[in-house]
Design a protein around this ligand. Structure first.
Ligand code: ADP
Length: 519
């Protein structure tokens, strides 16, 4: 085919796709979430010319996600159970405001098959995979069985219907070899998980894991897995569309965890060779194909010291750490989710996806590292975030906002990109040092310490890295910043006119304290 003809055909195809896209595309989307992810989704919806609808609890009525949305509706109540987890109320709001689709974000109802089904029953598109896929992948035992059958390596262990008696489980633990990990079939967020080093710990661990799982998930089924002593957590982003095309978007290394919760993520993983990356990517795509995956998902693996990897689970939603993938591939994963949910094909094939450079994400929590990571609540006085080339901040708060006890204390995600890991690391150190938050205590200084740790810099770490990490009192906001902030708070109170946020925005703790060089 000559070039001119090829160009003419491609141009025509582009116009057809554009028109089809415009006719299929949603006009209004409700975001069933709060905080940074709701703001993140709102941004993309508005860029696409789609009306972004927020829902909010009583404590969140002035929240950033509400202020940024085009429309906002109240979910009366305070607790998550009374608000962001209320399927009936959210569907009612979506119907009455005329939303075509619902984006669930992550957490809350994002992996709730019943919610996905309720959306579909109400004639509203759920931006995510089908209820059936969510249900199957939400049950760790069904997921393991499905993927083992598809030839994906899974952690050796014992799983049947989850209701085996203690004697059977004792026998199976002997066979697997101690230490073993007891896991809840319905588990998530590290809940219902217990390590057992001998039969005594197995017996007590089973009780605790079942109890924890019943209270968190209303399900007491548990199974056993070989406990991998020194694992790394490496996950692959997958994406599928309704035409059956499935791609992976490379890996994210998420081994820096506290109580099984990720805090710092990076991509690429310092632990993968090109061969191992290919092998794991193939397993991830096989996973997506085995379950007919549509939309954005994540296949999680653990990697042992010998380089053997095992499937852990599929997260059937947008992942918190998705920005590091976006930075390396220059993609907007939320936009792709919306397009795929609207029935459009993925606009690329696997060969088109060529990641560049290195990206790192730090999750900023309102918590006090020096006091056992106790959540910190209060009014944010200053929120002075770094700005610069290849620095991104996905935030759910601004100065003047209230951090309450009701929800997860993650405030924001700081993400940087560099040509190399070294460049990304030095950019992150700079960004953390330039990030001043006062009014609540954050883990920013703690993360700067982790990023600067020699073993972390060498890329030598596993999921236990933070277990032995020393937390010192002086690793907090320097006194001069606190003093400057207190003075400004006093001055702000004195102001008769003007809002508090205008008063606090007018001054910066950096300017008053002459910079923060304490970390
Ligand atoms: P959840 O769904 O509760 O988050 P996962 O199965 O995803 O549980 O595991 C969470 C974390 O627990 C992993 O990132 C890893 O650090 C640890 N983990 C899980 N399975 C094993 C295992 N078999 N051996 C050692 N560590 C494990």
């Amino acid at each position: 085919m000559d070039d001119e003809l090829k160009i003419a055909l491609l141009t025509e195809q582009w116009h057809v796709n554009r028109e089809r896209g415009a006719s299929l595309m949603f006009k209004k989307v409700l975001i069933a979430n709060r905080g940074e992810v709701a703001v993140r989704i709102t941004n993309t919806l508005q860029q696409m010319g789609i009306v972004a609808v927020a829902v909010h609890s009583q404590p969140d009525r002035w929240g950033l996600h509400v202020r940024r949305a085009d429309e906002a509706y109240a979910l009366e109540g305070e607790s998550a159970a009374d608000t962001y987890l209320r399927i009936d109320r959210i569907i009612d709001i979506a119907k009455s405001c005329g939303a075509d689709a619902i984006h669930p974000g992550y957490g809350f109802l994002s992996e709730n098959a019943e919610f996905a089904q309720a959306c579909s029953d109400a004639g509203i598109v759920f931006i995510g995979p089908s209820p059936d896929v969510i249900r199957k992948m939400g049950d760790k035992m069904i997921a393991k069985t499905t993927l083992a059958d598809a030839g994906v390596p899974v952690v050796p262990g014992y799983w049947d219907d989850g209701n085996a008696d203690v004697a059977t489980l004792e026998k199976q633990a002997e066979r697997i070899g101690y230490p073993v990990l007891i896991k809840a079939a319905a588990g998530g967020g590290g809940k219902g998980m217990r390590v057992a080093r001998d039969v005594k710990e197995l017996r007590s661990g089973l009780d605790v894991a079942r109890r924890e799982s019943v209270s968190a998930f209303g399900d007491d089924r548990v199974f056993l897995e070989k406990y991998v002593a020194s694992p790394r957590h490496v996950e692959f982003q997958i994406f599928g569309d309704s035409t059956g095309r499935t791609v992976h978007m490379f890996e994210r290394e998420c081994s820096i965890q506290r109580r099984h919760q990720k805090i710092i993520e990076e991509s690429p993983s310092p632990a993968l060779t090109p061969e191992l990356r290919d092998e794991m990517a193939t397993a991830a795509v096989r996973t997506a194909q085995a379950i007919g995956y549509e939309g954005a998902g994540t296949v999680e693996f653990i990697l042992d010291e010998s380089g053997a990897f095992y499937f852990l689970e599929v997260n059937t939603r947008l992942q918190v750490e998705h920005p590091i993938t976006e930075m390396r591939l220059r993609l907007d994963l939320v936009r792709l989710q919306i397009e795929v949910a609207a029935g459009l094909p993925l606009p690329f094939e696997q060969v088109d996806l060529v990641p560049t450079g290195h990206a790192i994400e730090c999750r900023v929590y309102a918590e006090d590292a020096a006091r056992g990571f106790l959540p910190s609540v209060g009014t944010i006085r200053h929120f002075d975030a770094p700005v610069g080339a290849n620095v991104r901040l996905d935030s759910g708060v601004q100065a003047g906002d209230e951090v309450t006890v009701y929800y997860d204390p993650m405030l924001a995600k700081l993400v940087v990109w560099g040509m190399s890991r070294e460049e990304a690391l030095s950019r992150m150190v700079w960004a953390l040092r330039r990030f001043a938050v006062t009014g609540v205590t954050t883990n920013i200084a703690f993360m700067a310490k982790v990023i600067g740790d020699p073993a972390f810099v060498r890329g030598e770490y596993d999921t236990h890295f933070l277990d032995s990490f020393a937390v010192e009192d002086h690793e907090s906001i320097p006194d001069e910043v606190l003093v400057a902030s207190a003075m400004m708070a006093r001055d702000a109170k004195k102001q008769v006119h003007g809002s508090q946020s205008a008063a606090t925005a007018a001054a910066s703790p950096w300017r008053d304290a002459g910079g923060w060089r304490g970390v």
